[in-house]
Design a protein around this ligand. Structure first.
Ligand code: ZN
Length: 346
């Protein structure tokens, strides 16, 4: 990827992204995720009080996939996409994002990721459990009720395939099974400038190779291949780190901060994944308030990211912020980023 931070201030006449930061009600009678409301399928949500997990009414994979597959002519091939798709409502509150939840409630969310990964990953037809949260209209979320999704599929996902092969290659090339992510964590701690949160179990940082302006990794120090392998202490620490990061995000521009947040996990097909290091990634699409990082020629065309910002400068902004949510207490205003020269990073 390429860092060209001097471009951040280039003239911009493109579309401005409206951020709908109107205060949401704690209950919305038209929301299909709120307790007691009917969903499109006609099913009615229970009057749940904690977390609520249900099978997606419009799954991308599942039992409704066609059983009979007609093979197309070469070079194409096709196979049945099977699996389970679920929705995890974080809480009955329509307005309670991770950033606003108490750490103890975030811990219940992370514990649910752990349980679902364990249970769905044990199914013979499931080869990978993809868990993610899309947050904000700007990433296409039609319903603001805070929720994550699970795609437990009979195929694996390319991002994690790529990470797995990079980690295996690194372990082989450096000898003695050295972990790529172990060394990334070590490098980030030694540098220190991009670290947002660290305790004995978990670390959160903007990676040296961040593609998005405010990209953050939240990782357990101990190398495990799945969230389901974490101990209770590590789950609690992960919850504290997620709270820290999401509060900083909201405090940055004093608005609800959009992101795509995937859990990076190894497959669950019984293979040897000792080289894979589980972590949570935050990919925020905005590089400024109301300004999208557009993917264009370099990214979609060339396959490399051209970042308009340096992670060190963005880390200065995020590190300067209060870890108390601005709706709970007045936060420190963000600082002005610096503009270092372009450099290539690998
Ligand atoms: Zn709702």
């Amino acid at each position: 990827m390429i860092v060209a931070a001097h471009r951040q201030s280039r003239p911009w006449v493109g579309a401005s992204i409206g951020v709908d930061d109107a205060r949401l009600p704690s209950y919305d009678e038209s929301c299909y995720l709120c307790p007691g409301n009917a969903r499109v399928s006609g099913k009615v949500n229970p009057r749940y009080s904690g977390i609520f997990v249900f099978d997606n009414d419009h799954p991308c994979v599942g039992a409704d996939a066609p059983a009979e597959i007609v093979q197309p002519p070469a070079p194409y091939s096709v196979r049945r996409a099977d699996g389970v798709a679920r929705v995890i409502c974080y809480s009955p509150r329509h307005d309670l994002t991770l950033a606003r939840m108490p750490v103890s409630d975030i811990e219940v969310v992370v514990d649910t990721w752990r349980r679902e990964t364990h249970d769905l990953g044990a199914r013979p037809e499931v080869n990978q459990v993809l868990i993610f949260e899309n947050k904000g209209e700007v990433v296409g979320v039609s319903n603001p009720h805070p929720h994550a999704q699970i795609y437990a599929t009979n195929f694996t996902w390319q991002t994690f395939d790529t990470e797995l092969s990079a980690q295996r290659r690194y372990a082989r090339d450096t000898g003695a099974g050295r972990g790529l992510f172990d060394d990334i964590i070590r490098a980030e701690e030694e540098d220190g400038r991009r670290v947002l949160y660290a305790d004995e179990h978990v670390i959160a940082f903007l990676p040296y190779f961040a593609r998005y302006a405010y990209e953050v990794y939240v990782a357990p120090r101990r190398r495990v291949a799945h969230v389901s392998d974490l101990s209770d202490h590590e789950i609690a620490a992960l919850a504290r780190a997620l709270k820290d990061v999401t509060v900083r995000y909201d405090n940055l521009w004093r608005q609800s901060f959009p992101y795509v947040m995937p859990l990076h996990q190894a497959p669950t097909d019984g293979g040897d994944y000792r080289d894979f290091h589980f972590f949570v990634g935050f990919l925020p699409p905005l590089r400024r308030p109301n300004t999208l990082k557009y993917l264009a020629g370099p990214e979609i065309g060339g396959g490399n990211f051209l970042s308009d910002t340096s992670p060190e400068a963005m880390a200065i902004e995020l590190r300067a912020l209060s870890t108390v949510h601005y709706l709970d207490e007045r936060a420190t205003p963000p600082t002005t980023p610096t503009t270092p020269a372009p450099v290539q990073r690998a």
